[in-house]
Write a protein that binds this ligand. Structure first.
Ligand code: CU
Length: 290
């Protein structure tokens, strides 16, 4: 009994440690690789860090600001069809602002907050970049140039931007709006959640279903109708024909049957040509009216 309890306890503690979420990591102990590139061995990275060099055209640091940006799946819940997002999609700062970004990743995966288009003489590859793998926090600082410009901020992990993790950062008056910023600007490719498509699909599906159900019924009714008419005709004609063929030789009967058939066929052809003429003349009138 004691053994059983022990194994149960052991298995519970093992499974809970396996299922437990990754611990939140504060990435503060980073190694400086030079050129504003800092890293640790736990998936934390800063690129384009600049705490003291003034960009050309800035006489002084105009303002010192600090923001917290959160990244995660849960922030995309308010954007239909999106999977990932930042908690905010738009940022405004004065030119020559020194900005410190505290980047928090709320997911158990890798996320980034990446800016492009900064002056390359100051920021390698024109980039400022924060990255955290798994839940955690990292901080980085940069100084903005003096021009009015709109910068794209995004997560560059494959498909994360396309799935919603992007925003725009405006310096001064900015330089316009970027497309497909969730909740800010219209999507380049608009998702269609209107009822029209599902309704059409539904309708065609039900049409196919009902057609499947109807076809045999229609065929059945046609067959039974033809059968009934044939039977009735046969019943009516049989005594007449019997009277007509009474006392005739076999050859005479056959020839008279052929004669009758020829008459019937001639009548049917006349009827059909008449009908065709009627229909085609009606069509011609309709066409000319149009
Ligand atoms: Cu991401």
């Amino acid at each position: 009994m004691r053994k059983l309890l022990l194994t149960a306890l052991l298995s519970i503690s093992f499974s809970s440690s396996v299922l437990a979420e990754k611990e939140f990591l504060d990435h503060t102990n980073l190694m400086d690789h030079g050129d504003g590139h800092l890293m640790d061995m736990d998936g934390g990275m800063v690129m384009g860090q600049n705490t003291d060099v003034l960009p050309g055209g800035c006489d002084k640091i105009a303002a010192e600001e600090e923001i917290t940006v959160r990244a995660g799946h849960k922030y995309a819940e308010k954007f239909p069809g999106r999977m990932f997002a930042f908690d905010k999609q738009e940022y405004h700062f004065k030119p020559c602002t020194k900005l410190t970004v505290n980047f928090i990743n709320d997911d158990n995966i890798r996320h980034q907050w990446m800016m492009h288009g900064l002056p390359k003489y100051l920021y390698p590859k024109g980039m400022f970049h924060l990255e955290v793998t798994g839940p955690g926090k990292i901080s980085g600082t940069l100084i903005f140039p003096p021009n009015d410009k709109t910068y794209l901020v995004h997560c560059d992990i494959s498909q994360h931007m396309e799935k919603g993790m992007k925003g725009q950062l405006k310096i001064g008056r900015g330089s316009g709006d970027l497309p497909s910023i969730p909740g800010v600007t219209a999507n380049v490719i608009q998702d269609d959640y209107s009822n029209s498509i599902p309704e059409v699909q539904l309708k065609s599906a039900t049409d196919k279903k009902s057609a499947k159900n109807k076809q045999p019924q229609v065929n059945d009714s046609v067959v039974s109708g033809v059968t009934i008419i044939g039977l009735a005709a046969g019943l009516l004609l049989a005594p007449l024909l019997a009277r007509k063929f009474k006392g005739m030789a076999a050859g005479e009967i056959v020839s008279s049957i052929f004669e009758l058939l020829a008459q019937v066929i001639a009548f049917v052809i006349k009827l059909i040509t008449g009908l065709i003429k009627m229909v085609s003349s009606k069509k011609a009138i309709e066409m000319s009216e149009k």
